[in-house]
Write a protein that binds this ligand. Structure first.
Ligand SMILES: CC(C)(COP(=O)(O)OP(=O)(O)OC[C@H]1O[C@@H](n2cnc3c(N)ncnc32)[C@H](O)[C@@H]1OP(=O)(O)O)[C@@H](O)C(=O)NCCC(=O)NCCS
Length: 170
């Protein structure tokens, strides 16, 4: 398993992975692939990594993760949003998602990011160093699903939000 930054040649595979992974997701609007495309088109896809696997001599992309700027009370305080993250359904629960998250956080640290926050399931993210946010909130989202991890800064107080690309309609 190799984790590396996306290249132009990966765009179609990234779309397929997001489509397949979110197809049966309970709360997904099935727009993850469109969100990634829109972030990229707007120059807002700060970190985009793929996981590649070698199967019978062929290299294939099996997972993807995106990070974008995450304003706090509308201000850029150096915080990033993790997501979407997706792994091909038949390869889930094998550690690929965790590797993508950890590789992404390492990239953010190199950029001196203050921290990373997300809306997600604590069952998945707690073991990767995320904990329930105290000072950060996400309007309309129960606090237990608003998770954060400080990187080169402290947790600020305020409402976090995402890039408008996340509002894209299918
Ligand atoms: C979420 C996802 C990216 C995780 O990738 P993965 O390669 O399956 O994750 P890992 O194998 O590294 O999982 C590590 C642990 O996280 C937990 N976990 C994984 N997927 C989970 C899920 N969907 N819900 C709750 N916990 C989960 C499990 O505890 C797992 O460990 P275990 O298999 O020993 O029980 C992948 O399951 C996926 O693509 N899901 C559909 C899309 C999605 O929900 N994305 C996240 C929202 S943006």
């Amino acid at each position: 398993m190799n984790i590396r930054p996306e290249t132009f040649a990966d765009h179609a595979a990234i779309r397929k992975i997001n489509n397949a992974a979110f197809a049966v997701h309970l709360f997904s609007r099935q727009t993850a692939h469109l969100i990634v495309d829109a972030l990229r088109a707007e120059g807002a896809l700060t970190v985009s990594l793929v996981a590649e696997d070698v199967l019978a001599g062929d290299v294939r992309i099996v997972g993807h993760i995106a990070f974008s700027k995450e304003p706090v009370d509308g201000r850029d305080l150096g915080w990033y949003l993790l997501g979407p993250v997706a792994v091909l359904p038949d390869l889930q629960r094998k550690g690929i998602g965790s590797k993508l998250v950890l590789a992404g956080l390492a990239k953010l640290r190199k950029r001196n990011a203050a921290g990373c926050a997300l809306v997600g399931d604590p069952a998945l993210y707690a073991r990767l160093g995320f904990r329930q946010a105290v000072g950060l909130s996400w309007p309309g989202v129960p606090a237990k699903f608003v998770l954060y991890q400080p990187l080169c800064g402290d947790e600020p107080n305020g409402a976090i939000s995402h890039h408008p690309a996340f509002n894209i309609e299918a």
